[in-house]
Design a protein around this ligand. Structure first.
Ligand code: TXA
Ligand code: MG
Length: 322
């Protein structure tokens, strides 16, 4: 069992592992991360190996203090410093032009680096103690559901990591918003915990761009992501699925509306309580995915930016694997 409580002693132990270029999984306020020394290509190589992650998918670098950005980036555009000031520590990742200090492996050969200062006290304590920037993707096998508890990490990657620092259930349950600031404008590459509206309030305007995995270099390679092994089907608002007796059905329920199913996970009491839905989504999918069901249904959701971020995860989870 690789799960350790977030005591001072265990944080110190985990920080030493990072300094020795070993892997440490840790809680953040979004999802659990699989961390390694970001200044060492050798250490980061272990992340790609453990996750079976393709080398064209770059990693996010995590820091505890603002000054750590300086060595990693060529410049800090005003939009970037405004966003960092407004939302760090917190669930926003900012893309900068990188320096040579950042190994190419981390950035998949791009000339940019994605950086985030997480808000979870355990993550911050670990990063402060380690005193090095820490590359950390979500701590799941590539393409599978993101982990929102230490147990999720243990069951998927327990063999691969030296320590899993348990910080309880992740508050947000959905990944950080990624914003490219290299052009001097805020361009959202991945919707997430911080809304476009929140960003617009700080930067005045916001645009949308393509995430790395959706760029032409890797055509169609990655329709499916954040995905359970069980088939996930998104229903239109008033759609009623036909039932075959022999089929075992799971249902992700939001609010009161329900369908006849063998296993139901209630994500929220109200159908527009998107914070609860995000918080519970991956945990519920992990549970349903362990039950040997034939199919999982969920109704499409519409609403604010967080609803759109959740819908983005659902669409990727439901996409056919190639
Ligand atoms: O909330 C989060 O962001 C979590 C926690 C652990 O911090 N991390 C996370 O990492 O979601 P991951 O690897 O699952 O997603 C990182 C994504 C990559 O798929 C890539 O699209 C984007 O970040 N990314 C990394 N570096 C980039 C760069 N230089 N330019 C554009 N996108 C980048
Ligand atoms: Mg991920």
């Amino acid at each position: 069992m690789a799960i350790f409580r977030g005591t001072e002693e265990n944080i110190k132990k985990a920080a030493k592992h990072l300094q020795k270029n070993n892997l440490v999984a840790f809680a953040t306020e979004t999802v659990y991360g699989l961390g390694a020394n970001a200044l060492s290509a050798e250490a980061c190589e272990k992340i790609f190996k453990a996750k079976k992650r393709p080398k064209y998918d770059p990693l996010i670098v995590h820091i505890a203090e603002m000054y750590q950005v300086t060595d990693l980036v060529q410049e800090v555009p005003k939009v970037a410093s405004d966003l960092a000031e407004a939302f760090w520590p917190g669930p926003i990742t900012i893309v900068f032009k990188k320096t040579d200090l950042v190994p190419e492996l981390i950035t998949a050969g791009l000339d940019t680096v994605a950086i985030r200062m997480p808000a979870h006290p355990l993550a911050l304590a670990l990063l402060s103690e380690a005193k090095i920037p820490v590359a950390a993707p979500s701590a799941n096998p590539f393409g599978y559901l993101s982990p929102t508890t230490a147990e999720h990490v243990d069951s998927q990657l327990g063999e691969e990591v030296d320590i899993i620092l348990d910080g309880g259930e992740c508050d947000w349950g959905i990944e950080s918003t990624i914003v490219d600031c290299t052009s001097g404008e805020a361009i959202i590459l991945r919707q997430g915990a911080i809304s476009a509206e929140d960003i617009r309030r700080i930067t005045g305007s916001v645009q949308y761009g393509k995430a790395v995995l959706e760029r032409p270099l890797a055509p169609g390679q990655l329709a499916s992501h954040y995905a359970p092994n069980t088939k996930l089907v998104i229903l239109k608002k008033d759609e009623n699925p036909g039932f075959a007796q022999s089929v075992k059905i799971g249902f992700l329920q939001m609010g009161k509306g329900t369908i006849e199913a063998d296993e139901v996970e209630v994500l929220s009491e109200q159908d527009d309580d998107f914070k609860s839905i995000a918080h519970n989504l991956f945990s519920a999918l992990h549970r349903l995915d362990s039950l040997g069901l034939d199919i999982i249904y969920v109704y499409e959701l519409t609403g604010n930016d967080l609803a759109a971020a959740i819908m983005d995860r659902l669409l990727k989870a439901a996409a056919k694997r190639s």
